[in-house]
Design a protein around this ligand. Sequence first.
Ligand code: DAH
Length: 341
Amino acid sequence: MKSRLDGIGARALGDISSAASAGDLELVRVSVLGKKGALSEILKGIAAVPPQERPAIGALANDWKRKIEEALESRRAQLEGAELEKRLAGEQIDVSAPSRTAHLGALHPVTQATRRMIRIFGRLGFDVATGPEVETEFMNFEAVNIPKDHPARDMQDTFFMGPGVVLRTHTSAVQMRALRARKWPVRILCPGAVFRCDSDATHSPMFHQVEGLWVDRNVSMADLKGTLEFFAREMFGADTKIRFRPSYFPFVEPGAEVDVSCFMCGGKGASGCKVCKGSGWLEILGAGMVHPRLLELAGYDPHEVTGFAFGIGVERTAMLLHSIPDLRLMFQNDVRFLGQF
Ligand code: DAH
């Protein structure tokens, strides 16, 4: 029995040292130490051993069991170490390899133009004010003196959300809110999205405006001109001139459309100028003196205070600045386009 035990032990040690993987080791362990393993089987026959020899056989069996377990453990550690070495060698990082170029985001040209306008008018003391995009019909129309039968209210232009509720068709909708929420002097700038049922190369169902409103004692048309002239120079360049053309908007009297001299051809109206099409002027905004009826509706005395208002198309301004040919490019979010600004 002793020699059988020694034979099993020696074979197990040999198998362990030649095992090439954790799986091989496990096979050896089961075949020797498992319930039906060689060592266990031998110990089952210990009853047949004469009693005086049993302690020695038992001690020998335990001795082999311990040696085999130790050998299994140390071989397992060896194999795991080798495995780790192999993995590390495979995972080497080449720190000198060129990196992938990161794609940097950029602000949308509409955001850039809006922020510039906020900065420019901010220097003249204009606060940013906001109003809801889903607006009451009253604030969008009546409150800015657009009566019920005005063509601007037509279903073709206005998105109706429900009875008395529209998507605001212009940022002028914020005028009455601002006038009622504050006490004069009111000097606000309202940038935001507006909505009209219209879509082609020069019209989009959603676009952006920046509304300005200044109500105070003695505000005059001269102030309006000075303010817009300052804006035009800051926005389009120091040599920019502006010109007022009489026009009609229900919420102002008198009203005007305002052109800036073409920054591309310097206002000379060169026949080949792509930006102004040879006219030398670019229309960028509507403006005028706040209609007395608005002031009254807001609870102001038109004999005490006056004001001016203006509305600038942001996409139009950005398109002129960057010579962007088609409004739709602004909303397609093609990174090849957006990456240029
Ligand atoms: N609300 C006008 C529009 O959407 C733009 C406008 C014109 C705003 C004249 C004004 C203004 O404040 O005085 O076309």
